[in-house]
Design a binder for this molecule. Structure first.
Ligand code: GLU
Length: 486
C-alpha cells in the first residue's frame, strides 16, 4: 500500500502492560515493523499503561525482551502514556469547550441501575445520556457535593460513521449503536480511546495496524478526530489468529506466551518467518522467506481478511529447517546453553566444548527445537546410563542369544583400530553377516546397549564419539545385567 503522498510512514506498536506478550501481540508488532521497514518509515513503541488497576509487573520488560529477541527493533520510544497525562487532560478540556464532550456525575449505583433496566428491557447496554444536558446550576450543585465527574464524549445521535480499512475495505457503524463513552476518568486518567488518538495524532502516526478486536473502537476514534479537527491515520485491522479447530487461539491450543517459544528453543528467524505467514502470504505456495525477503515483499494487500490458522506442527517443521541451515559453529553456540541447562545435574559443567562440537552434527538433522537436544544426546555425557531394562534384549531376541551376540561383539570390538565410524561399520557389518543375524536386530541391540535408547543418531558415529573405553564398558555392563545370576 503506497503511503499517503507527503505523509511519511510512521507506525506504532502500542501494548498495554496487562499481561505477558502472546503470539497475537507479537504478530501485531511484527506486521508494524515489517510495514515500517518496507517503507523505510519509523516503528514506534508506545506503552499504553493508563489502566493502573490491570497493570501486571514485569509485563513490559518481557514484551521488550521478546521484541529484541525477535530482532524487532524500534526507532522511537518506549513512550509511556502514564507520563503524558496532561496532554490527554488538555484535549478533554478542549472537547468540552467545543461542545463535543461533557462532564458526567453519575454514580456507579445509578449506572448499575440503568444497566439492569436495559437488560430487563432487552436493550443494548450503554450510558443513557443523563448528564448530557445538565444546566450550569445542576453542575454547580454536583460540584458543591464534591462529586468528581468523568468526561464523556457526546456521540452523534444519528447518522453513520464510515471508514476505509486497508485490509477489510469499507466499514460502517450506525452512531446510535454507540453510547457516550468515557474519555477521562474521575481520577484524571484517560481511557484507551482518548489516550490512543491523542498519541496517534501527536506522534504523527500514518497507519494504525492493529488486531481485529479493535475494529469496533475505530468509529469512536474517527469521530474524535473529526471533533478535534485532526487528520486520522489510515486503519488496517489484522485477522484474528485461530487454532486448527478454527476457534480463537487460546492456551488450549498450546503455548501462546512468546517467551515459552524462546525457552523451547525456537529460532528468532524461524519465528519471524512463521508469524508473518499468520495472515500474510507472498503467493499460494512460498513458505520459507528470509527476513530481508519479508521486508522486501511485505504489503497490506496480501494480508488476508479471514482468520489465520496457527499450526504448531508447521512451526516445528519450519524451526527444524532453520536449525539445519545454521552453520556448525552457530549451531553449537545456540545449543550449548540448552545443554548446560537441560542435561542431568550429574553431568560435569562446564561442558567440554570440543566434545560438544563433535556431537552436535549428529543431531542437527534431527532436532526440531534446541530444547530437544539435551534429551537426544544425554547418553553422550552421562557416566552411568539409567534406562528401563525392559528395552533389553530387544525385539525378536532372547536373553541367551543376546548374551552370545554381545560376547562375540565385545571380542571383535576390542580389536578395532582406529576407533572411527568407518572401521566400526565394516567390522560390525561383517560380524552381522557372520552371525547370520539381521543388521536390524544386531545394531538395535548394540544401540540400546551403548546408549540406553532405542532411537539415536547413527550408531557407528555415536560409538566413535563415545570412544572405545566407554562403548566397551557399556556393553560389558549390559552383559552383566543379562546374566542369570543378576
Ligand atoms: N493498547 C492497545 C492494546 O493493548 C492498543 C490497541 C491499538 O493498537 O490501538 O492492544
Amino acid at each position: 500500500m503506497p503511503a499517503i503522498p507527503n505523509r511519511p510512514v510512521r507506525v506504532r506498536f502500542a501494548p498495554s502492560p496487562t499481561g505477558y506478550p502472546h503470539l497475537g501481540n507479537i504478530r501485531t508488532a511484527l506486521f508494524n515493523w515489517l510495514f515500517a521497514r518496507h517503507h523505510r518509515g519509523k516503528f514506534i513503541l508506545r506503552v499504553e499503561d493508563t489502566d493502573v488497576t490491570r497493570k501486571v509487573e514485569g509485563a513490559i520488560e518481557t514484551m521488550m525482551d521478546s521484541l529484541l529477541w525477535l530482532g524487532l527493533d524500534w526507532d522511537e520510544g518506549p513512550y509511556f502514556q502514564s507520563q503524558r497525562l496532561s496532554l490527554y487532560q488538555e484535549t478533554a478540556s478542549r472537547l468540552i469547550e467545543t461542545g463535543h464532550a461533557y462532564l458526567c456525575y453519575c454514580s456507579l449505583e445509578r449506572l448499575e441501575a440503568v444497566r439492569q433496566e436495559q437488560m430487563k428491557q432487552k436493550q443494548p447496554p450503554g450510558y443513557d445520556g443523563h448528564c448530557r444536558n445538565l444546566t450550569q446550576r445542576e453542575r454547580a450543585e454536583m460540584e458543591a457535593k464534591g462529586i468528581k465527574p468523568v468526561v464523556r464524549f457526546k456521540m452523534p445521535l444519528e447518522g453513520e460513521t464510515t471508514f476505509h480499512d486497508l485490509i477489510r475495505g469499507q466499514i460502517t457503524f450506525r452512531n446510535e449503536t454507540m453510547s457516550d463513552f468515557i474519555l477521562l476518568k474521575s481520577d484524571g486518567y484517560p481511557t484507551y480511546h482518548l489516550a490512543n488518538i491523542v498519541d496517534d495524532h501527536l506522534m504523527d502516526i500514518s497507519h494504525v495496524l492493529r488486531a481485529d478486536e479493535w475494529v469496533s473502537s475505530t468509529p469512536r476514534h474517527i469521530l474524535l478526530y473529526q471533533a478535534l479537527n485532526w487528520q486520522p491515520p489510515q486503519f488496517a485491522h489484522l485477522p484474528m489468529i485461530l487454532g486448527t479447530d478454527k476457534a480463537k487461539l487460546s492456551k488450549r491450543h498450546g503455548a501462546t506466551a512468546i517467551n515459552e517459544y524462546q525457552e523451547e528453543g525456537y529460532l528468532p528467524d524461524a519465528m519471524v518467518n512463521f508469524l508473518t505467514l499468520l495472515g500474510w502470504s507472498l503467493d499460494d505456495h512460498t513458505e520459507l522467506l528470509s527476513r530481508d525477503e519479508l521486508i522486501q515483499h511485505f504489503s497490506l494487500e496480501r494480508v488476508s481478511r479471514t482468520g489465520a490458522v496457527f499450526n504448531k506442527v508447521k512451526l516445528e517443521w519450519m524451526n527444524g529447517v532453520y536449525l539445519r541451515k545454521l552453520n556448525p559453529e552457530e549451531y553449537v553456540e545456540r545449543a550449548t546453553p540448552f545443554l548446560e541447562r537441560g542435561l542431568p545435574p550429574s553431568v560435569r559443567r562446564p561442558l567440554d566444548l570440543t566434545y560438544v562440537n563433535r556431537i552436535m552434527p549428529l543431531v542437527q538433522e534431527r532436532a526440531k527445537t534446541l530444547a530437544e537436544i539435551p534429551q537426544l544426546t544425554d547418553f553422550f555425557f552421562m557416566d552411568e546410563l539409567s534406562y528401563d531394562t525392559e528395552i533389553l534384549p530387544g525385539k525378536g531376541l532372547d536373553t541367551t542369544t543376546a548374551t552370545r551376540i554381545l560376547e562375540v561383539a565385545l571380542q571383535e570390538l576390542e580389536t578395532v583400530e582406529p576407533w572411527d565410524s568407518q572401521s566400526l561399520e565394516s567390522t560390525l557389518r561383517q560380524l552381522s553377516a557372520g552371525l547370520s543375524l539381521s543388521t536390524g536386530k544386531f545394531f538395535g541391540l548394540l544401540r540400546t546397549s551403548v546408549t540406553g535408547r532405542t532411537a539415536t543418531p547413527p550408531l557407528f558415529q555415536t560409538m566413535a564419539i563415545l570412544g572405545k573405553e566407554t562403548s566397551l564398558r557399556r556393553l560389558r555392563a549390559v552383559l552383566q545385567k543379562l546374566s542369570p545370576s543378576q
